[in-house]
Design a protein around this ligand. Structure first.
Ligand SMILES: Cc1ncc(C[n+]2csc(CCOP(=O)(O)OP(=O)(O)O)c2C)c(N)n1
Ligand SMILES: [Mg+2]
Length: 1031
């Protein structure tokens, strides 16, 4: 809240200047406050000062029209006819009488709530403004225009002087110093206005753009100003006039301006007090019992709890049944206790140093998630609340929450978001500092990503750790990022609980009405340091001196309600004591616990999924040939209404070649993928493929959406029309975001285990802009939060002479984060493979055939548990004539091959084989070609490690044993410090147990993933192939 002065300096208010001999006046100063205290004061830059009486059209009822025109012109000069534009411009520039006029368009019929200026004549008596012969004096018009502009000023900029900050340091600008300016808005807010005290009791017609009149169509200027001050300049500051929809602007005006709109009955007030008491009591209880524990308490913003409950109550009342929440550390335990009503025992046991009863590494208490189904006592409806577990990385959970919400809406058939909604909480510093917030906002209105409106609440304690807003943002408000999606933003003073409740109610109603995002910015403070053992006076001495002298919000509100006679002091105490007793009892029970259970903190339970399943049994992934043929043909056929649906000639060719493949019983990469997706759809599994340009495929190979060449938006998605009762298929081009979209898909994958959710990077290397989702959620999510995900990351990867970028998906990083032990060869058994998969954090693979790609995708669903799959995918192999697979490798009794052994002539006499080369991915085809060219087919065997992690120790051992006299080599196209080498080397050593060595053939170490020179690329490739083929 340190931004007001800066903003006001930049204000360009639009009120007309009306001449007055007394000179410019600040009228709010003579109305509402004394001395220099003033409300919005406008410095006019546009002068509507042509002597309008000289204009022949400015008389009678046309004045109302002119008034509307002028108002519209002020808002946007292009919104009016050019003749009006030129008239107002000329007039503002001071054109001589009669000169500004150009013939206007025909007069419009006066709209609802419009009153001809002539009808005001009776009101004008006292003000000495005569109406002569049916013609209104120009002052009447000017004064009405002025009043209208004033109203608009309040609506647009009233928030700048609203009393929003409980500390009263609001009025320091971003680069100023802290001073006690409470109640004293800056002098710079000047309205050069020529209406004077004598005008205050004149009555003005109200325009249709305000609701301050209630049923009244006109009010005195004094009353107008009073009501505008009440609506816009007290404890609520609303930014909404940038919203492009008139309907939405009017909706908000009505919610803020209607007389008496904020009135509450005593029961409502008592409810707020009770909730505030619990929120405050919870923190002070923890502070007393565990004074030296970090908990990131809510002190200074306890109102958050009643606020969230208000949003939930109202939303439930409006039909919502499930709320998915994401939030940072601040106040999280309080939210779990008092919003979700998580048993206090479970929270308190987290403070004791107890053993965990289940597997996993767990997480600190203020990161854990939760899931609760309970009765909402206010609305008497059942409601599901989930708080999604999150890492320390602020805001990273935002897109995850959105994905989870979207998935829940999808499975419930809630296409408009009426039943499921998301609620996101933010800190002020993180909300404006983290780019993921922007990425998440940009998903909010995309057809395949929208959650139909999110309520955002910012705990704006005016500090981030030790940094105050003067050093943490350049925007006036911490919430400005929300303006990009036209979300209304309600700033509200945390010390006025009723105002907070009012904006929460509006926010819930806004979401239910328009299904768009909305932001509540609770301006508050942080009573303690960043955490409870942190000293804030080191860095914010003035602010914290102020905080020390600030009465806690609960005490202020209790006092107020006592004064109003709503409660007695005894009642206040009673509510406090009761909650204290509840906490004490839970504390006693918690002390009896001997273990903590991570499962108590699961945010996405998959009820029924694991029950009755053999945890080590994988269903078959091979298919009946009929199914392959059926899907293959569908993927090769034009839309059923082919006669009307014009497809591109190139697509016709692709479909034809697909059909030829089906007839020849082979698949290429794209067809193999379609077989995997299609067959899962046949089994009722939902498949979702999301990422940049995935519909066509970056490399123009997929074509899952065919476009009518003559009709906009007419498309055909073959995979949606395979079987009448198939699972739903979603393929969607995403916004150009990785962090946001990958997070979203991860969230989507959390809702239902029976779905194949895939995210594809445009090129694999772009995954690094989503690194936080990879590190914090995908690789470690299960260990920290006992939450599984079968998300598939498709990462185009291979060095093909395209330069440093677009070559490497950074396979080495994924492998480095794999959790299997390089020194441990697990016991060999029938279940070797599935046990390994069960125990690892994720699967990393680099397939070289379409059949293997097909199987590994299907295996994601065939597994009795879920693991993320990180898949390096090819580029040139998409069209490589050898990178095709026969149906024979996909039919029943076939499966994913973790290692593809050599199948060529060298297998005829394995003991004569001189060298066994292991490799992975596309380089196999280069090696094979080089071997053939060098006539070494009998001498060298090549084995492909398709699943790199978990490492197929058993199969690698078998391959090595097959060629007892061969030297062993690992060949890769990546640099030595990249690719799989550093991962496989120790694992080969473990496999071989010191009996044989394995050498390296590949590029030398490098800082960059690939050269930018084609020539250099080819030279390097030749060298590595020579090396791999050398004896
Ligand atoms: C991405 C990220 N960077 C840095 C941090 C370290 N950190 C933890 S809390 C915090 C300050 C957060 O300030 P704000 O968002 O205003 O929340 P508050 O603690 O004030 O409630 C910082 C910098 C983090 N958790 N995440
Ligand atoms: Mg903060």
């Amino acid at each position: 809240m340190h931004r007001v002065r800066t903003v006001l300096n930049n204000l360009v208010p639009l009120a007309p200047l009306i001449h007055n001999a007394a000179g410019p006046e600040r009228f709010a100063s003579w109305l509402l406050r004394s001395g220099s205290e003033c409300a919005v004061m406008v410095s006019s830059t546009r002068h509507y000062n042509a002597p309008v009486q000289a204009e022949p059209f400015l008389n009678g009822s046309s004045s109302a029209y002119v008034e509307e025109m002028y108002n519209a012109w002020l808002a946007d000069p292009k919104s009016v006819h050019v003749s009006w534009d030129s008239f107002f411009r000329n007039s503002a520039a001071g054109a001589a009488p009669g000169q500004a006029y150009q013939p206007p368009p025909s007069l419009a019929i006066p709209g609802r709530n419009q009153v001809p200026v002539t009808s005001l004549t009776p009101y004008l008596g006292g003000s000495g403004v005569p109406a002569l012969g049916g013609q209104i004096h120009e002052k009447v018009i000017d004064d009405h225009l002025a009043v209208q502009a004033i109203i608009r000023s309040y609506q647009a900029r009233g928030h700048l002087v609203a009393d929003l900050d409980p500390l009263g340091i609001t009025y320091a600008d971003l680069h100023g110093t802290y001073t006690d300016r409470k109640g004293a808005p800056p002098e710079q807010v000047v309205r050069h206005h020529m209406l004077d005290e004598a005008d205050m009791d004149r009555v003005f017609k109200l325009p249709s753009t305000t609701f301050i009149g209630g049923k009244e169509k006109s009010l005195s200027l004094r009353e107008i100003l009073q009501r505008l001050e009440t609506a816009y300049c007290r404890h609520i500051g609303c930014e909404f006039m940038f919203i492009n929809s008139l309907e939405q602007c009017n909706w908000i005006r009505q919610k803020l301006e209607s007389p008496g709109i904020m009135e509450m009955d005593n029961d409502e007030k008592r409810l707020i007090l009770a909730r505030l008491t619990r929120a405050t009591g919870f923190e002070s209880f923890l502070a007393r019992k565990w004074s030296s524990e970090k908990r990131f308490g809510l002190e200074g913003c306890e109102i958050l709890i009643p606020a969230m409950k208000q949003v939930i109550d109202k939303s439930t009342e409006l039909g919502v049944e499930s709320i998915v929440m994401g939030m940072p550390h601040r106040g999280r335990l309080n939210v779990l206790a008092n919003v979700c009503r998580k048993p206090l025992e479970q929270i308190f046991t987290q403070f004791a140093a107890l053993e965990a009863a289940d597997d996993g590494s767990g997480d600190v208490k203020y990161h854990l998630g939760t899931y609760i189904e309970r009765l909402n006592r206010v609305t008497n409806k059942n409601i599901r609340l989930a708080v999604v577990a999150n890492p320390s990385h602020l805001e990273a959970v935002d897109p995850v929450v959105q994905g989870k919400t979207r998935a829940e809406q999808f499975y419930r058939g809630d296409g408009e978001g009426k039943k499921v909604m998301s609620l996101l909480l933010h800190g002020d510093a993180a909300f404006c500092g983290q780019g993921i917030v922007y990425e998440t906002f940009h998903l909010s209105d995309l057809p395949d990503y929208t959650t139909h409106g999110t309520v955002h609440i910012v705990v704006n304690n005016q500090i981030g750790f030790t940094t105050d807003p003067r050093h943490s943002r350049s925007s006036p408000y911490c919430t400005d990022v929300a303006r990009v999606v036209n979300a209304p933003i309600f700033h509200v003073n945390s010390d006025d609980p009723e105002s907070v409740m009012h904006v929460c109610k509006i926010a819930a109603e806004w979401r239910a009405t328009f299904h768009k995002d909305v932001v509540i910015d609770i301006v508050c403070y942080r009573r303690n340091g960043h955490n409870e053992i942190d000293e804030p006076m080191f860095t914010q001495p003035l602010m914290y001196r102020k905080i020390k002298n600030t009465t806690p919000g609960l005490d202020k509100y209790a006092e107020r309600l006592i004064q109003e006679g709503v409660v007695t002091p005894e009642e206040v105490k009673d509510v406090k004591d009761k909650y204290e007793k509840i906490c004490e009892e839970s504390y006693v029970n918690a002390r009896k616990e001997t273990h903590i259970k991570y499962k108590d903190w699961l945010d996405s339970p998959w009820s029924g999924f694991f029950e009755g399943k053999d945890p080590l049994k994988v269903s078959p992934t091979g298919l009946k040939e009929d199914t392959l043929v059926h899907i293959g043909k569908k993927m090769s056929s034009p839309p059923p209404n082919a006669a009307e649906f014009i497809i591109h000639k190139g697509i016709e060719r692709i479909l034809k070649s697909r059909m030829e493949m089906v007839e020849a019983r082979v698949v290429d990469w794209a067809l193999g993928e379609a077989m995997a997706f299609g067959s899962l759809l046949k089994e009722g599994i939902h498949v979702r493929l999301s990422g940049q340009d995935v519909e066509r495929g970056t490399f123009s190979h997929r074509h899952h959406v065919l476009h009518h060449q003559a009709v906009d938006k007419a498309t055909y998605r073959p995979l949606c029309h395979l079987y009448p009762d198939q699972g739903p298929y979603t393929v969607c081009n995403s916004s150009l975001s990785e962090f946001g979209v990958l997070g979203f898909e991860l969230g989507y994958s959390m809702t239902n285990p029976n779905a194949l959710v895939c995210w594809e990077a445009q090129f694999g290397d772009f995954n690094n802009t989503a690194q936080c989702i990879i590190d914090q959620f995908i690789s470690s999510g299960q260990a920290k939060w006992v939450r599984q995900s079968g998300l598939v990351m498709l990462l185009p990867h291979a060095l093909e002479g395209m330069g440093p970028e677009h070559s490497s998906a950074r396979l080495e990083r994924f492998l480095q984060m794999s959790s299997d032990d390089p020194d441990y060869f697990p016991p060999e058994s029938e279940e070797f493979a599935v046990r390994q998969l069960h125990d690892i954090n994720w699967i990393v693979a680099n397939c070289s055939t379409p059949a293997n790609y097909f199987h590994i995708l299907r295996r994601q669903i065939a597994l009795p548990f879920r693991k993320p799959l990180i898949l390096m995918t090819p580029k040139s192999l998409l069209r490589h004539p050898e990178a095709r697979s026969s149906f024979d490798l996909m039919t029943e009794n076939t499966e994913f091959l973790r290692v593809i052994p050599e199948e060529g002539v060298s297998t005829e006499n394995p003991s004569a084989v001189k060298k066994l080369v292991f490799c992975s991915g596309k380089v196999y085809y280069d090696l094979k070609k080089a071997r053939n060219e060098k006539n070494l087919d009998k001498d060298i065997a090549i084995a492909r490690v398709e699943q790199i992690s978990p490492f197929p120790y058993d199969l690698v051992k078998k391959e090595c044993a097959k060629y007892p006299n061969a030297i062993l080599c690992w060949a890769q196209e990546e640099a030595k410090n990249q690719g799989a080498w550093t991962y496989v080397q120790p694992r080969f050593n473990t496999t071989l147990n010191g009996s044989r060595d394995i050498s390296y053939a590949g590029r030398p170490t490098a800082a960059s993933p690939a050269t930018g020179s084609k020539m250099q690329h080819l030279r390097e490739l030749k060298a590595l192939l020579d090396d791999a083929m050398a004896a």
